[in-house]
Design a protein around this ligand. Sequence first.
Ligand code: UDP
Length: 447
Amino acid sequence: VEHKTNVRVLMFRYLAYGHITPFFELAKKLSDEGFSIDLCSTPINLSLIKKKITEKYSCSIHLVEFHLPNLPELPPHYHTTNGLPIHLQSTLYKAITMSKPQFYEILKDQKPNVLVHDLMQPWATGVASSLNIPSIKFCLTSIAMCSYFGHFFLKPGVEFPFPALYLKDYEREIMRPYDVEVKEELGENRAVMLVNSSRAIDGEYMDYLSEIGKTEILPTGVVIQDIAINEEEMEIIKWLGNKMENSTVYVSFGSENFLTKEEMEEVAYGLELSNVHFIWVVRFPKEEQVVSLEDVLPQGFLQRNIGEKGRIIECWAPQTTILKPPSIGAFLTHCGWNSTLECIEFGVPIIGLPMNFYSDQPLNARLIVENGVAVEMARNGNGKIHRGNVAETIKNVFFGEKNIGEDLRRKVKGLRENIKLLREEEMDEVVMVLKQICEKNQSKMDA
Ligand code: UDP
């Protein structure tokens, strides 16, 4: 591979599963542009990426190990492959932040021209600047969500100018304690921020946050994980292949959520009542005790529904592979940002059911409803999932009189096209700005 620049970028991402892919995909794109990339993460996380570094990237993408302290609250197996239960996120956050001195040593050793770090590790900016290394944050959620919180921090007392984005009562109460964290993330040194998105999705929010936050926001043009087919995945693909076009709903709530027993029941009965074919990824904590699918699902559900009607995949599914076949008619999702982008890239209508009210999910849901590519499933007034709503919403999208499904599909495909049109231009700008930042720093150092 011919290298067009000799710029070295060190990329340092947060450890949650949803952050692996966007960093790696961006690394590949930058490497295509001639940058040399050091991906810094824990050995277990790096081992997931190592398998994906093809010959093409073997000279330009390098792995740099970062070690977490051994906190007793963070058992070693939770560092592994398929995401992390949400209740351990704060411990993980603490563990990474404790590793600041180690990260200082890594940067000092590697001396990259620029650091690209996760917005969720805001302290990395300070470590880099103490070594005169310029840095850029990489945001892995919608700028719609960042501008919503940025607004309340930067413009207190002023009404938020986009009525499509709002929090419901039951969401707002839970969100409050997290304000402090949001403030820190949007804090000082807001010069340039990359985001895994496109101006086609939340461009007006990018303009707004740029204006109030004095930040230059650069979308990378939506990067999602590659499709990888292996043999176990084939069986489900064959099953999907025998289904009619737009006949099946894919149901998954991301890498971090475990539904409560009550929620599991409501989703199960809702799917059953909808009478739509389904593939449901069921996750439950396994470490604490031995449990099986029979223990977590309503009695008789498997016998009545599994076979031709529906499929359950335990714990982890090849999501992008499943989203591709034409038999998938909608994705019932928690609106994690990666899942949202994957839906759009595969032209799949979205049924949004945000799960973690203190995360980006509720605002992501409002954003994609505003874009016309999603409907949001109603919860009861107290925020509980109800089987009747589950069944009705799915039925509406699949068989509704007003052709809701058709309309969503048309719009999601339109959005995908608009993203595609902007992609090259957006990436070119990212590359140009990265080079400029490095050059500016070099001449400052030379002076
Ligand atoms: N994912 C997957 N299989 C699963 C669950 C999740 O491949 O069974 C992938 C999904 O395709 C996405 C990521 O994990 O790329 C989840 O990220 P997202 O932002 O949607 O949600 P989070 O897990 O962060 O809540």
